[in-house]
Design a protein around this ligand. Sequence first.
Ligand SMILES: C[S@@+](CC[C@H](N)C(=O)[O-])C[C@H]1O[C@@H](n2cnc3c(N)ncnc32)[C@H](O)[C@@H]1O
Ligand SMILES: Nc1nc2[nH]cc(C(=O)O)c2c(=O)[nH]1
Ligand code: SF4
Ligand SMILES: [Mg+2]
Length: 216
Amino acid sequence: MFETIQGEGAFTGVPAIFIRLQGCPVGCPWCDTKHTWTLDPEQQVSANQVLAKEEASEAWFDTDVQEMVELIQRQGYRARHVVITGGEPAMYDLVALTRELLDKGLTVQIETSGTFEIKVDARTWVTLSPKVDMKGGYQILDQALARADEIKHPVAMDKHIEELDSLLARSATNHNALVYLQPISQQQRATELAVRTCIERNWRLSLQTHKYIGIE
Ligand SMILES: C[S@@+](CC[C@H](N)C(=O)[O-])C[C@H]1O[C@@H](n2cnc3c(N)ncnc32)[C@H](O)[C@@H]1O
Ligand SMILES: Nc1nc2[nH]cc(C(=O)O)c2c(=O)[nH]1
Ligand code: SF4
Ligand SMILES: [Mg+2]
């Protein structure tokens, strides 16, 4: 858990408390947070040790809603926006946590891949970065496409644009969702593809702005 500026998508530039939930089985080859994939029992540490981390590692702690809210209060964060990400946060039931944070007057956003049913309070902003190679079929992904407030698609090749086209064409998809292309790993060719396609399609561009300025 840490405080920074939201670097991506519709809330870019907004100071935010990030909660990074550990564990993800999806395995995107270009994932920039591979240290979140594991839930190694040997890497379990205390809340204080995680909060004191100065760089990314596989260390994690176990918690519950009440402790999480207390920790946020204790940290004295000034941000009024919470981003729940991971790893894959939708592996967890987040209804109680999101409700508690929203009831305290914070705004809440989840970053998810659409590979697990999304369990959040209805007021939560859902940023979907759909991962299309679904082994379990389209049922879960369609739920996510219907719930998404923002669809933020990482792109590096033409096939990624084609994937997004087919997702947007699904009848389940929320056609009011904001659509963003996000170049993979700041690659120049990916950025050029994203810029060109955003202009052609009237989609939006999401740069991982935190990476350009070297913040978390
Ligand atoms: C690390 S993921 C965690 C949340 C969730 N598992 C997901 O994929 O949405 C957070 C965001 O970073 C994006 N992302 C991960 N690696 C990236 C990379 N190398 N370049 C651009 N975006 C990336 C994901 O697509 C997602 O939008
Ligand atoms: N600053 C900042 N903004 C972000 N937006 C989404 C992120 C993520 O890893 O989910 C992220 C992140 O890791 N850092
Ligand atoms: S789903 Fe998200 S956290 Fe998991 S591997 Fe893909 S980008 Fe990384
Ligand atoms: Mg990130």
